[in-house]
Design a protein around this ligand. Structure first.
Ligand code: TYM
Length: 327
């Protein structure tokens, strides 16, 4: 029997290279060897201010990003969290085994509370418990994510362990499969839509070059002839290593150290590789945007399949806690 995987993304709209390299590209490869469920986690997205009239489009954009990155709906389940209410029901049960002091220590709770001082709601605090429910309701063995999600997966293991301890073995303790962290083009912080330091998956080559050309490199290289150190260059660490092959990387490392190539030349090599990899993704995005009913249909079908698995686990959980009723 294949091992199981769950992972998810918030419907924040267009997906960016950080999501792609950190998560989606991994998912697309893993789906050949694992039983995968990939969630669009819309209930997570309402813990910060949002516009109801935009939510459905954001969900569609997210599903389109999944599909264009290579998630095959014949192989993997693509589901919408709010269409599988078993996730939120399990969250309530898990709430009673989740220590509040641990939730208050989660870095994203601290960050989001600082960002949204006027709206520190229960959803922000409970966010990791819903995430634990997302994962363990499918009895997932692995969770492929970017490293920003690691504290959440650690907490998921603790919640699963505590439930198993109190009520008998039910859930495996899931492990993360880590994708690389992609910093934004400013080299200062993780690429994220809120910070606006992104290259989006649907951007044209012109738009990509406009962002890439001025992006931060090794600050030692003030002039063309200054030698640099690739390991101190954000473009090298986060982008070149992900898009170029070994030979190109070696050529660039040497050229940078000897100043035989300049940063702009290096970026031109990278640019070609990014465009080569992302052009089919962008074309697929544009095609799917013309077929939103087809995309919605995939979400509905996937959510129905997910409900069957989730309901089975929820029934088992309820029996374990003594809620053994037949209506
Ligand atoms: P979200 O929507 O922020 O991001 C989706 C995935 O993309 C990864 N990611 C990145 N990886 C590398 N570099 C970056 N700059 C970057 N930006 C985003 C994230 O690590 C993530 O893997 N809490 C989750 C959603 C979630 C979830 C789950 C994930 C809810 N339930 C259960 C896994 C399992 C989140 O906000 O991801």
């Amino acid at each position: 029997m294949k091992k199981k995987i769950f992972s998810g993304a918030q419907p924040t709209g267009r997906l960016h290279i950080g999501n792609y390299i950190g998560a989606l590209k991994n998912w697309a490869q893993l789906q050949y060897d694992y039983d995968c469920v990939f969630g669009i986690v819309d209930y997570h997205a309402i813990s910060v201010p949002f516009s109801p009239s935009e939510m459905k489009q954001r969900v569609l954009d997210c599903a389109i990003g999944f599909l264009a990155s290579g998630i095959d709906p014949e192989k993997s389940i693509i589901m919408l969290q709010s269409l599988v209410p078993q996730h939120t029901e399990l969250t309530w049960i898990l709430n009673s085994v989740s220590p509040v002091q641990d939730l208050m220590r989660v870095p994203t709770f601290k960050e989001k509370s600082a960002q949204h001082k006027g709206n520190i709601n229960m959803g922000l605090l409970d966010y990791p418990v819903l995430m634990a429910a997302d994962i363990i309701i499918y009895k997932a063995d692995f969770v492929p994510v970017g490293d920003d999600q690691v504290p959440h997966i650690e907490l998921t293991r603790e919640i699963a362990r505590e439930f198993n301890k109190r009520y008998g073995y039910t859930f495996p303790e899931p492990k993360e499969i880590l994708g690389p962290r992609i910093l934004g083009l400013d080299g200062q912080a993780k690429m994220s839509k809120t910070l606006g330091n992104c290259i989006y998956l649907d951007e044209t080559p012109d738009e990509i070059w406009k962002k890439l050309a001025p992006a931060l490199t090794d600050t030692r290289r003030k002039r063309r002839n200054d030698p640099g150190e690739p390991k101190d260059c954000n473009i090298y660490n986060c982008y070149l290593k992900r898009f170029c092959d070994k030979e190109e990387i070696r050529y660039i490392e040497e050229g940078c150290r000897k100043a035989s190539i300049g940063c702009l030349e290096c970026k031109k090599i990278l640019f070609k590789k990014i465009v080569k990899e992302l052009t089919p993704v962008r074309e697929k995005i544009l095609e799917l945007r013309q077929n939103e009913n087809y995309v919605m249909d995939i979400i509905y079908k996937g959510s129905k399949k997910a409900r069957i698995i989730a309901e089975k686990t929820l029934t088992e959980v309820k029996e374990k806690i003594g809620f053994d009723y037949k209506l």
